[in-house]
Design a protein around this ligand. Structure first.
Ligand code: 5GP
Ligand code: ZN
Length: 165
């Protein structure tokens, strides 16, 4: 089922177009097939760069996925501009998702790379509605334990991350 886009994020007010098939689309990617209209999806939002649709196997009512229309496997492969448009769409849609299902909060997250649990190798942000007592956990519950990191190691890591930034 395709549903007409309901609006535009403030930063992309005039971007709703019928975009041509971007050259980077992958033929064997489920999410590229949704962008192409070859696989049906409950599309809730679309602009020139992004599309959002309900997750087919939701963690909660209203669980929505936001993707760049072009195929990028992960953040490392994605240039800044589509990343910014995905963020704008997430920012725009999150309150609308919450309103639609009367949620009290949302977990907004990316599984970025296979080792982090990403199953569909096309960048996608999850908007998962949250309710008091829903049994879901915070991101920090992803890990049972935490590494014992020395101050020196923290300094070294911070320096490496900050290098050339
Ligand atoms: P990941 O684990 O890669 O972060 O999340 C992939 C998400 O895509 C899962 O939540 C899964 O339910 C959803 N998904 C997988 N295949 C399809 C599909 O064909 N249609 C839709 N709408 N969602 C899908
Ligand atoms: Zn793809």
């Amino acid at each position: 089922m395709r549903v007409t886009a309901r609006g535009h994020p403030p930063a992309a007010g005039n971007l709703l177009t019928l975009a041509p098939r971007p050259p980077s689309m992958s033929d064997d990617c489920i999410f590229c097939s949704i962008v192409d209209g070859d696989i049906p999806a409950r599309v809730v939002y679309e602009d020139a760069d992004t599309i959002a649709f309900l997750d087919a196997n939701p963690l909660a009512r209203g669980h929505t996925l936001v993707i760049p229309k072009e195929h990028y496997e992960d953040f490392e492969a994605m240039p800044p501009e589509p990343g910014e448009m995905v963020m704008a769409a997430l920012h725009y849609l999150t309150p609308k998702v919450e309103d639609a299902v009367d949620a009290e909060a949302t977990t907004v997250a990316f599984n970025n790379g296979e080792a982090a649990g990403q199953e569909v190798p096309h960048v996608h942000g999850h908007i998962v509605p949250r309710f008091e007592g829903d049994g879901g956990r915070p991101m920090h519950a992803l890990f049972d334990s935490r590494p014992d990191v020395s101050d020196d190691e923290l300094d070294d890591i911070a320096e490496r991350i900050g290098a050339d930034a």
